[in-house]
Design a protein around this ligand. Structure first.
Ligand code: GLY
Length: 585
């Protein structure tokens, strides 16, 4: 066959552009008249849709998706981790379910320090001692009973089927093969890497141990924390040198908490309270930014990015100082999300020059903040893992659910519970191993997040619901460690300030600042002119992000839903940075 040269050149050019294009995603959200799910995996989204079509509500769907993700997305979907679920029922009632992991009773503040008092590298990240008491099964069983319409075994059916075998996507086969730490644990190597005969794209991934575990939970959910399964789980962890006992599992409890609430340019924001720092930091950021006309400054202009970065810097400074488990410390959330505090912070913000993180001075308008901060040395910042996952659901009645769930790092501690077929978290790394020393995400934290028995580690997870005129408007969230908060802010501001549709807002190039290290991260293809203008204002800009030894050009994974305010249509946005899918009907 002869080729006309011109189309060939055009094709080659198109291929080249596609090869360097930042994102493969569409700029149009998925549209559906009744219901929508957005998640990182099409099979998990499909599980949610199946359950709603079978008469379930958004909570039933969320539980089905949570269990399905534990099968099809072992990087972060989980039985052995924890999460937060924000529910807004169609009648306006909201519920925030905390099923965050807890430190075992034998945990101590210095458990990751050596004899010289230095943090032992990776001790809180890989292996048995990194595991905190999992909360996901308790959380999902709790919400299913309390807010779902169907039975647990019905909503778990899709996950059980998937565990019997499903075809692996390229991205997932790659992740399973590439993770060297998985290979350190024979059970993980056997299940997730087929003993070294790695799974390929399209290969059927069968997890019979996990299928049996799911069937046991569906038949008797109490097993996981009180019965035979609790015995098996504790024995498996202890055999590897971990601290979790049957007693720790028996004592695990789900908590319902009041979500944090605020407003931004007339929209109502409902988000995650402590032990997540997410909602508090998000509201603090938005309160600072409300005083500026960002739309006029322009989307991703150096002016709007500068102002936003300065708001990020200040909120992360406070996050490091004040945030932790609310059951162990009195946290000044009310002061941090007070609009007056945002006004006071603005006075320190120079529109022409970058602030210097180490020289920030907190506005002295609330005694509570000053008293608390004077009780200890100023914290520094620490890194946090990236590999959480988020999904959003809206059903036909208008019930909405935002769930962020995690094993912390990708594949968690890399430890698989022997005979049970699921991975266990490394959530102990979300504590500050030594206040003032960076964690996996470079975040530095203060004493409120020191390790303590029974304590929940500080999280950045930010499942968020936005209302317009009291009506459901956005369901938002993302993974990304410390970048969860700035990703959710980027997406929310994309819609509210810059008039983007939800898919455009999810795809838009992200930028991040977390106080320390004092630098602005921008995604790979951020405009070089904007970068230069930011540098001229005194910002240190890094393209992409370095986490440990890895450099990543992009980050996070917004899986969001919006409601068309005129038609009521559900608009689903799955992030083009990953292989997720928004599915509706
Ligand atoms: N492990 C990620 C988070 O909780 O923020």
């Amino acid at each position: 066959m002869r080729f006309n040269r011109k189309p060939l050149i055009l094709l080659l050019l198109a291929a080249l552009v596609a090869a360097v294009a930042p994102l493969q995603g569409s700029v149009l959200p998925a549209h559906a008249p009744h219901a929508m799910v957005a998640s990182v995996h099409g099979l998990a989204s499909q599980a949610g849709v199946e359950i709603m079509k079978a008469g379930g509500n958004a909570v039933d769907a969320a539980v089905a998706i949570g269990f399905a993700l534990a099968v099809v997305h072992p990087q972060a979907g989980n039985l052995g981790g924890g999460g937060f679920m924000l529910i807004r029922m169609a009648d306006g009632k909201t519920h925030f379910i905390d099923y965050r992991e807890k430190a075992p009773a034998a945990a101590t503040a210095n458990m990751y320090l050596d004899a010289q008092g230095n943090v032992i590298e990776n001790a809180s990240v890989v292996g048995y001692r990194a595991i905190a008491v999992p909360g996901s099964v308790a959380g999902m069983v709790y919400v299913e009973k309390k807010y779902g319409k169907l039975t647990l075994d019905r909503v778990m059916a899709p996950a059980i089927n998937l565990a019997r075998g499903f075809p692996l996507a390229w991205e997932d086969a790659r992740d399973l093969q590439q993770d060297e730490d998985l290979a350190r644990f024979p059970e993980s190597r056997r299940i997730f890497q087929r003993g070294g005969n790695y799974y390929k794209q399209g290969g059927i991934f069968r997890q019979p141990d996990l299928a049996r575990t799911l069937e046991r939970i569906a038949a008797n959910p109490d097993e996981f924390y009180h019965g035979a399964m609790a015995r098996e789980l504790a024995a498996s962890i202890q055999k590897g040198g971990g601290l979790i006992t049957q007693d720790d599992l028996a004592r695990y409890e789900v908590k319902e908490r009041e979500p944090v609430r605020g407003t931004y340019r007339g929209y109502e924001i409902i988000s995650a309270p402590p032990p997540s720092s997410g909602g508090t930091a998000l509201l603090e950021i938005l309160n600072i930014l409300e005083g500026y006309d960002l739309a006029k400054a322009g989307n991703r202009s150096s002016e709007s990015v500068h102002l936003t970065v300065e708001a990020f810097r200040r909120a992360f400074y406070d996050r490091a100082e004040f945030m932790g488990d609310p059951d162990f410390s009195k946290l000044p959330v009310a002061q941090l999300i007070d609009k007056k505090y945002g006004v006071a912070w603005r006075e320190s913000l120079d529109p022409a020059h970058a602030s210097v993180s180490k020289d920030l001075k907190r506005p002295a308008i609330f005694n509570e903040l000053e008293q608390y901060a004077s009780q200890h040395a100023q914290p520094m910042a620490v890194p946090e893992p990236e590999h959480t996952t988020h999904y959003s659901v809206v059903d036909a009645a208008g019930n909405a659910v935002a769930v962020t769930t995690t094993l912390n790092d990708d594949f968690g501690s890399r430890v698989t519970a022997e005979g049970l077929g699921f991975l266990l978290n490394d959530e102990m790394d979300d504590f500050s191993a030594k206040p003032g020393v960076p964690n996996l995400y470079g975040l530095i934290q203060g004493p409120a997040n020191a390790i303590g028995p029974g304590k929940r580690p500080l999280s950045a997870m930010t499942p968020t619901i936005v209302l317009k005129d009291d009506k459901l408007f956005l369901v938002l969230g993302s993974p990304g460690g410390s970048k969860i908060i700035t990703t959710v802010a980027n997406i929310l501001m994309g819609v509210v300030d810059f008039g983007m549709n939800i898919q455009e807002a999810v795809e838009a190039p992200r930028f991040h600042h977390q106080w320390l290290p004092d630098k602005v991260n921008v995604e790979q293809w951020f405009s070089p002119d904007t970068v230069k203008a930011l540098e001229a204002k005194g910002h240190h800009v890094e393209r992409g992000v370095t986490v440990g030894a890895e450099w990543e050009p992009y980050w996070s994974d917004g899986e969001c839903v919006a409601i068309d305010q005129k038609t009521g249509e559900r608009l689903g946005a799955s992030d083009g940075r990953h292989n997720g899918k928004a599915i509706g009907y």
